[in-house]
Write a protein that binds this ligand. Sequence first.
Ligand SMILES: Cc1ncc(COP(=O)(O)O)c(C=O)c1O
Length: 362
Amino acid sequence: MVDWKNPPRLFIPGPVKVDDDVLQQLARPTLGHRGKEYAQLQGETVDMLKKIFFTEQNVFLSTSSASGIWEAAIRNCVREDETVLCTMCGAFSDKWADVVRSCGRGVDELKVEWGQAITAEMIDEKLAGGKYAAVTLVYNETSTGLMNPVEDISKMMKEKYPDVLVFVDSVSAMVGLPLKFDELGWDITFASVQKAFAIPPGLAVALVSNRALEKSAGIPNRGYYFDFQLWAKSAAKNQTLSTPNIPHIMALNYQCAKLVKEGMENVWARHEEMGDFVRGWAKENFELFCEEKYASNTLTTIKNTKGIDVAKTIGGIQEKHNTVFGNGYGALKEKAFRVAHMGDITMDDLKELLGWIDDEIK
Ligand SMILES: Cc1ncc(COP(=O)(O)O)c(C=O)c1O
């Protein structure tokens, strides 16, 4: 019997499980969003986010999910007569290209098969042959469990195309995977908090470079709710443009304090350890969906080489243990399945889940 008040423990790649101590932060007494207490909350939180993402540039909090920032990046920083090179390697990067098109901006697609990575060479080849305002890239493609080689790409972009803006969707990467924003030279990156921040959905974090912010000042018809210029004015006062999702920002503050205390190198190593563990199990029992060198440390997409009934396996584990993992995304349903290992998921959680999958499929 389904009971939303007694939901399963989540190993789907977002939302992921949220610990009780984090949930309790959402129940704190509310604050007036123009009051000093709120400004203190936002100021503290943004300062910690700057440490977590190694940036001195702009950090914005958006009461939206990450899809809002897909659109904001384009509407704020690309003129209507400019073209974006949209790299596409799975469901989410494909969707971002649709969003760019829906904003009336020019799109040129750089598309590879699901499970393949976007490389620096591919982008270089495209950029060499045309004029582009920006490139869109997904750090971690949540449908295929693939990490694009963002370091190589960033290095190439800085060396060869310093005038082209770099927009990176870090939705399932932020926190779990190395992200030193200023060093990478990116212009916009973002995530919603229901992934590796391990907070319920309802808030997004966006990092915006100074030059992207400057460019937005000259772009007409940016809209209102996602206008970077208005965001920056409010952020200067440690406020947001309109009433923000204050309970979520309290939870974000709490999670950021834990991350700063742990140290980002340790946080990334913890995710790598979980990634190694799940990959080991996947290789022993099935196959990885993508080449191992691109396999993500925040989730694993596993090829269903044994032809198991994925939905039935998930259903069986839900019934016995009130726990679920992810079926393949979209066209990959039943052909693959996904296990998240990010945020506050632990090695013990994973051992338990993989043991249950073993029991279910033997
Ligand atoms: C890589 C990626 N980008 C964008 C999104 C959309 O994020 P949201 O649902 O928070 O709008 C998702 C959601 O899973 C994602 O995994």
